[in-house]
Design a protein around this ligand. Structure first.
Ligand SMILES: [Zn+2]
Length: 356
């Protein structure tokens, strides 16, 4: 089969398309023919060997990566064969994988927080030789989620990695409600679009923050009620205050990290909830504790979604309640260009690779 591989850390042009042996499913697994795969920051950072300006090997998900590596955390495809008896997983069934495997037995897993399992293995990260930038992958059948043809493969490949942590953070944890205001930093990316879509579905008012004035129209189309431009020297938190008559944001979803962190704290309302999902602009920030307790703020870090949230997201997208926005579709052969688009922040919405 054809697959993209990272032979060594570096710029997008290190990516190579090569022939690999087609994987064989073990008992309990399915072989899935991949039709599309989402491109994520995790992939580009894994390729560069750098996360948030620090060596990937310093970061928990960057340990024990074996090169060459097949990346891709978000494939969608059809079951080719299975080594399991399950009537809902016959050959031809359209599936997406839960994006991680967990131990199922630790206190976190038993409490329903399998996304916080210490033994977690993320597809395309801690699964040597198995990733979504390929024509096939194998995966435990019990960790596959079938979806119907209301969703395209490209949409299905634009769902779990972005919507997953945003849903888990904003809905399951921060309890974002109708009538509340949500601020989304880094709103033009895949997680940003997911946050705008989830706010729309929840009846919350969404304020998108972006550094790119040319992305304002696309952000409004994606569901932003207002767009604030983060210009050097300006304080976008003041714009959020103006837009909310001094109230501030009930929730902030922090997708950028060090570059937006201080303004996110300032933009948060009294008893505001700040959900931190990404920090690719830098990991180390300052925190004024007086600001934290003086405003009764809550800050929570989220990695991925748990299994039940992922299943719910697929059902909501099938019904059209959530509408994954695919901004760019490229063939697998153009994988380096897909990474260049993301590195340059030239994309709007999700970048998806297709295999046919
Ligand atoms: Zn566990």
């Amino acid at each position: 089969m054809k697959a993209a591989r990272i032979p060594a850390y570096g710029a997008p042009d290190v990516l190579r398309i090569d022939e690999f042996p087609q994987p064989k499913p073990n008992p309990g697994e399915a072989l899935v023919r991949i039709k599309a795969c989402g491109v994520n920051r995790m992939d580009t950072e894994l390729r560069a060997g750098v996360y948030g300006g620090q060596p990937l090997s310093d970061f928990f998900f960057g340990k024990n990566i074996e090169l060459p590596h097949i990346p891709g955390v978000e494939p969608a495809g059809v079951i080719e064969t299975t080594k399991v008896n399950a009537s809902n997983l016959v050959p031809g069934t359209r599936v997406v994988p839960h994006s991680h495997l967990s131990c199922g037995a630790c206190p976190q897993c038993r409490a329903g927080y399998d996304n916080a399992c210490a033994e977690i293995r993320v597809l395309g990260v801690q699964t040597p030789g198995c990733g979504g930038y390929a024509e096939y992958f194998t995966w435990p059948a019990k960790s596959l989620i079938p979806f119907n043809d209301a969703l395209s493969f490209e949409q299905a490949a634009a769902l779990l990695v972005n919507y997953g942590p945003v849903w888990f953070g904003l809905i399951d944890r921060a309890r974002l409600k109708e009538g509340e205001t949500l601020v989304v930093t880094g709103a033009a990316g895949g997680c940003g679009h997911a946050a705008l879509d989830i706010a729309r579905m929840s009846g919350a008012r969404a304020i998108a923050v972006t550094r790119s004035p040319d992305k304002v129209a696309a952000l409004r189309d994606a569901g932003a009620d207002a767009v604030v431009i983060d210009r050097d020297g300006d304080n976008w938190a003041e714009s959020v205050n103006d837009l909310t008559a001094g109230h501030g944001a009930d929730c902030v979803v922090e997708l950028v990290g060090a570059a937006t962190w201080q303004r996110s704290l300032e933009a948060a309302a009294l008893r505001g909830r700040i959900i931190v999902i990404g920090s690719h602009s830098g990991l180390n920030v300052e925190l004024n504790l007086g600001q934290l307790f003086g405003k009764n703020l809550s800050i929570e870090g989220i990695t991925r979604a748990n299994r039940s949230a992922m299943e719910r997201l697929v059902r909501l997208a099938e019904k059209g309640d959530l509408r994954p926005h695919v901004g760019h579709v490229l063939p697998l052969a153009d994988v380096a260009e897909a990474h260049r688009l993301m590195d340059a922040d030239e994309h709007t919405g999700k970048i998806v690779l297709t295999m046919d």
